[in-house]
Ligand binder design. Sequence first.
Ligand code: A3P
Length: 348
Amino acid sequence: MRLASGHVAIQLPDDEMKRILKDFEGFSKGLVRLSPGGWVLPAPYTKFADKIYNTKFRASDVVIMTYPKCGTTWTQEVVWTMRNNPNLDHPKASLPVNVRSPFIDSDMLMETGRGDTGQPTFHEEMLKKVVPDADPKEGIALQLTAHIPDPRTIKTHLPFSLMTPDLLDTAKVIYVARNPKDVVLSFLHHSRLIKGIGYIGTLEQYVDYFVKDELIYGPYWEHLREAWPRRDHPNMHFLFYEDMKADPKAELRKLNQFLGTDLTEEQLEKIAHYTSFEEMKKREAQTVLPKEMQSHFKEEVKKKDGGFYRKGQAGGWKSQLNDMQVAKIDIWAKKNSLKLGIKFKHSA
Ligand code: A3P
């Protein structure tokens, strides 16, 4: 199937899908691989791809673009708060992050993860609140994106090539990158937690999936490769998770300038505190894992290994990956990062 972006999407062959389904119980609707790029995505992506690609962005939009688990939600909360809630008194601040700051490409994930109860899902209910006459089949996230008031802060895990080519000339983009060794552990946990992914394999196998570019939204390095050369574009802000972690206030100051939000030092100080790991963790049950979504995640994984906000560390991999796993990632990272000229903190 040819997409508006020019990519061709092909269903993964049965034998490959059979192998993946043994480890990822949630991908029952299948996966597609796109050419060029090798992007791996849930099969329902093809239903929404052209609508996402043809989305009209506005000058007042800020798009937060990331490979999964690089600090997207943190950045969404920081940016949404800076733009909409500078004095921390917004009445809707406790709504789920993805309702305030829509995740434009998430319809394919909701499709994948939806149960068959016949009842409106939590996401459908949320959409009705914001857009009463909306038809969820047209895409919940797409319609939320279209109808939330300006200024919009929009999340995507898609790379530049799957978004409209004039994105960066129209809207502002914040690209967040994170050390792949921490990403793989964070993504492993997420893949076990969320039933729509339903990972039941080992860490060892998961590292193999990662370095073979078989996880959804990958290849990881290709995602970065499309963003990194654009880092000096005036509408682009390139952010590292590790820098946010080391000095959040300094990064908020840079964002203040990039976004033109004109916040005072005192406001930035309060927002840095409000968006710290500890404070966001306290709001987890409202903003990312509401009880209405309990059927979408595995309670036992949440209890054992943590919720959506797991550890929030930079370099946490050092106590969790063994030498063999580190070596596999190092070989793969060296080959790719040298080509790009990109260096991550906490790499060794
Ligand atoms: P860990 O799993 O390593 O804890 P994303 O939002 O892109 O899915 O990324 C999720 C990762 O960002 C998780 O990493 C999560 O804990 C971390 N994170 C979220 N909010 C954070 C914060 N305020 N400070 C530090 N890390 C945060």
